[in-house]
Design a protein around this ligand. Sequence first.
Ligand code: SAH
Length: 366
Amino acid sequence: MMTRAEVISWLRETDPARLEDLWACSDGMRQRHVGDEVHRRGLIEISSYCVRSCCYCGLRAGNIKASRYRMSDVEIWDAVKMAADFSYGTVVLQSGEDPGLKTDRVASLVRRIKSETPLAVTLSLGEREPDELRAWREAGADRYLLRFETSDLKLFRAIHPDLPGRRSDRLAQLEVMRSLGYEVGSGVMVGIPGQSFASLAGDLRVFKDLDLDMIGVGPYLPHPETPLGSGWKPRALRSGEQVPVTAEMTCKVMALTRLLCPDSNIPSTTALATIDPERGRELGLLRGANVVMPNLTPLRYRAAYEIYPGKVCIAESATDCHGCLERRIRALGRRPGKAQGGRRRGPIGEAEILRRSHGEGVLDRR
Ligand code: SAH
C-alpha cells in the first residue's frame, strides 16, 4: 500500500528512468488484473443541453454560443445498432444535465437496448434525482458514470455553482448509484485551475475508498467560453502549487490509479488523445488503461458537443473511429474485447485457477 507521501512524490516525479519504472509497474498490474483485452464503450452524446454552470465545461448553460441539440429516438437507436454491429460490449449514453431528457423516455430506451441487443448500458447524464436513477436501473441500466471532478470540497464548490434549491453533491449521488446496484464510475480532471498535488493525491485516495468500478481521468482543457477558460480563478484558490496540464502528468495519475485500484476499468480518454493526438491514446493504454470509448454520435452533432475545444475525431464517422481504434489496439499487441467487460475482481490468475478447479460455471455470476 502506498502512503500519501509516496503518492505525492510520484506525482512530482520527473526523472525519466523512475517514470519508466512507474509505467512498467502499472502496465504489469493492468495485465495481471484485467488482461490484454481492450473493452470498447460506444459513446453516444445524446444531448448538449445543460442546466448547470460548471466553470470549466463548454456545455454550461451560460454559454450562449454553444449550439444545442437533443437526439431523437431513431437517431439514438441507429447509433446503438452500430455499437452492436461493431461488437462493442457497451453503449454509453452521455449528455449535459438536461431535464428535457425525461425519465420515462430514457427508461424506455434502456429497456429497448437491453431487450434487443447484448449490450451493457452505461448512463452519464449528470446529477439526477434518486427516483430517476432507480427507474433507469430497474429498466436495466448496468452502469453510471459521474466524475466527482475533485476531492477538494472548497475547489469543487467554487467551480460548481448550485442550482436554486439543489446543492450539488456528487459523492452523495455515487452512493445512491451504488445502493441501487449500478457499477459505479467516476473520475477527475488533471490540472484544473486550483488543483494542488496534495488535492490530486486526495483524489486518488477517494478512488480507492469508493472502490470504483470505472475510473476516468483526463487532462483539463480550457474552453474560452467558460470562466476558468478565460482566466478567472476563484479567490480562495490563488495560492498553492498548480498541477500542470500535460500528457505526462495525466499518465502519472492513470498509472497510480491502476496501482491503487488494480481491477477497475480505466479508459484511455479522448481528452488525453486531444493533448497528444499522435501518442495519447497509446500512452494511456500502455500506462494502466484497458478501455477506449469510440464515438458513435452522428457527425452532424459532434462539433456541438464541445465540452472542450479541439476534441480529436470530431470529423470522423463512427466507422472511421472504429477502424482507427481497432488498428491502434492491435498495433500494441492487445485485442479488442467483444464482451460487456464489466468489472471483475481479483487478478486474472486467480480467476483462471478457480475456473480450472471448479469448472466454467463458478465465474458466471461475475
Ligand atoms: N453532464 C455529464 C457529462 C459531462 S461531460 C456529467 O456532468 O457527468 C464528461 C466529463 O468531461 C466531465 O465529467 C468532465 O470531467 C469532463 N470535462 C468537462 N469539461 C472539460 C474540460 N474543459 N476539459 C477536460 N475535461 C472536461
